[in-house]
Design a protein. Sequence first.
Length: 407
Amino acid sequence: MAIKKSKLILAVGFALTFVGLGVGQFKLQQQAEAAGDTVQAPAFQVDPFWPKPLPNHWLLGNVIGIGIDARDHVYIVHRNDKFAGTELGLKSGVSECCQPAPPVLEFDPEGNLVHAWGGPGEGYTWPSSNHGLEVDSKGNVWIGGNGGSPGGGPNGAKPEAYDSHILVFTNDGKFIKQIGEPGQQTDSKSMTHFGKVAEIAIDEKLKDVYVADGYGNHRVALLEFPTGKFKKIWGAYGNPPTDERIRYKTDEPLPQQFIGPVHCAQPSNDGLLYVCDRGADRLQIFKRDGTFVKEKQIAPKTLAQGSVWDVAFSRDAKQKYMYLVDGQNMKIYVMDRESLDVLYSFGDGGRQPGTWYAPHSIATDSKGNLYTTETYEGKRVQKFNYEGIKPVPHGAVQGPAWPKGKN
């Protein structure tokens, strides 16, 4: 009887302790919010079961572009020639597994594979190195490329392999058109071809296509939708673009031209355009006519490949929040889009769900979920479920977006 009584007292003590801790935590949170130490921001949790396993022993190479259509179908483009282990698998006929998946894959919201297609064909030149993907309202898929070196180069690429064009296909892979002429030299002033396109974004209401152009050229190109006719080009701060090669130095003023690669050009609902100058760790914001508005550096001490890789916006009408991918530091910054304030960041380097090896591209679906791709040895696409708006310490550096208690 005494033992039972002592257990009851102990249990009550634990309960009171937890209640006390909860009240204390609530008071601390209230105090922190009153002091301005916390902010309200979108929260995310990785979905380790999305997408579902691929058929046919397929694996992915560098996943280098992502787009989401009106049905929340997710499209990715990957480099199926950058596939590790083909010498051990089906391609060489020595075992059951594995082989490269086709370059373009389409998944439904549940992660089921819907279509898989792409590669060389009649009437067009497939990019020597896929890069960037966009889906228009009809489900047509726009693809860029950043491969080759004009006149050859260290990688031995031939001039005809230089990616200076954009391709458009139906969502099941039927060729529609080619914009720009393949195999052309870098020329940031050209109004007929591109120079290693990094990313494509479309605003059909304004009949605009925005091209981050990119790895060879140092500019944004504005095209007419759906024809692809050039309308305007510009460089950093709205200056006329040049092909000048500039190195980023953290102790010097920011250059007046894009260092590059110009890695994203993403339009917002309020008439702005967000441009990633990856090598200079900066995001430049323009009006849609190329008028410079403001800029923001993220992790400005980052060298090598830079910190500003891609951006996506929350799906509320005002697009209050912005998500910025930092592929060098392996994280996502959750930002207030208007002020460009970093509210917090999450993620880390790694192979487990919720971590990344070179996160590259990012997109949001209609429910606010995030999707990321990984290049180099990452070679995958991940989904992060939207968990609502929650308080978070301002500027917090969070780890992987795992389920609570699983970290």
